[in-house]
Design a protein around this ligand. Structure first.
Ligand SMILES: O=C(O)c1ccccc1NCC(=O)[C@H](O)[C@H](O)COP(=O)(O)O
Length: 250
């Protein structure tokens, strides 16, 4: 069982355990996220992971065509796409993952509350190249097992941490791509300082992704100075998709 959880997080995780597995033959090759970030950085641009998210507990509520949105992000230099597949609170779906993965040639992240191997199987089958693993909802043993399982498909997990203890656990389990989420999962408060405190504690060989609450090129530049390699941006791009043009040139 995962760690003790309460409130909406507990409901979301319970739902994740019950979610059906989708059996399909994957149509797309694996797109290597780490390689893509190296290429984007090498070309002098900023690696942005643009997130397709329609609703969120922090109040987002927008409609956007998943294919048009993803193609716009790809055309304007996004390094990767993140697709929310959580279906109860975020109104995401496996269908979005499938159609977005089919429409673009950049890496795609399945962003969900992953607690079972069946969810990983489904992500791979539908075309994901990366899978989010949130340390907060897993025991160390589960995290270790899921990292290995994700890699058995040649996908790479994005291991998400919120504090120093979670970071230590992610590193003990061998995470190579770590996301520092500035949004507290229970209070929903975005604490940007937290990311700047955790970034310097991450070894140089690990790829560092700053997550949540990013709204401006200035914030991206600050996070870069603090050591972030890539930036996961949802709300701000869903509301104003053209901002991608500035973000990739930050
Ligand atoms: O987006 C939320 O409101 C949210 C609330 C509670 C837990 C997770 C949440 N979002 C998941 C994410 O990590 C974000 O979607 C992602 O980092 C992008 O954040 P943002 O740019 O602030 O939409």
């Amino acid at each position: 069982m995962p760690r003790y959880l309460s409130g909406w997080l507990n409901d979301v995780v319970k739902n994740a355990f019950k979610r059906g597995y989708i059996s399909k033959t994957r149509e797309r090759p694996i797109h290597d996220f780490v390689q893509r970030v190296i290429e984007v950085k090498g070309s002098g641009r900023t690696p942005v992971i643009a997130e397709y998210k329609r609703r969120s507990p922090s109040g987002l509520n927008v409609e956007a065509d998943p294919i048009a949105y993803s193609k716009l992000m790809e055309r304007n230099g996004a390094a990767a796409l993140s697709v929310i597949t959580e279906n109860t609170i975020f109104s995401g779906s496996y269908e979005y993952l499938e159609i977005i993965a089919r429409s673009v040639k950049i890496p795609v992240l399945m962003k969900d509350f992953v607690v079972t191997e069946a969810q990983v199987d489904t992500g791979f089958n539908l075309g994901a190249d990366m899978v989010l693993l949130i340390v907060r909802i897993l025991t160390e043993r589960e995290l270790e097992g899921l990292i290995e399982y994700v890699r058995s498909y040649r996908m790479e997990p994005l291991v998400e941490v919120h504090d120093e203890n979670e970071l230590e656990m992610a590193l003990r389990c061998g995470a190579k791509v770590i996301g520092i989420n500035s949004r507290d999962l229970l209070t929903l408060k975005v604490e940007k300082e937290k990311v700047r405190t955790i970034l310097p504690l991450i070894p140089s060989e690990v790829l560092k992704v700053a997550e949540s609450g990013i709204q401006s090129t200035e914030e991206i530049r600050e996070l870069k100075r603090a050591g972030a390699d890539a930036f996961l941006i949802g709300t701000s791009l869903m509301k104003e998709p053209d901002k991608i043009k500035d973000f990739v040139n930050a």
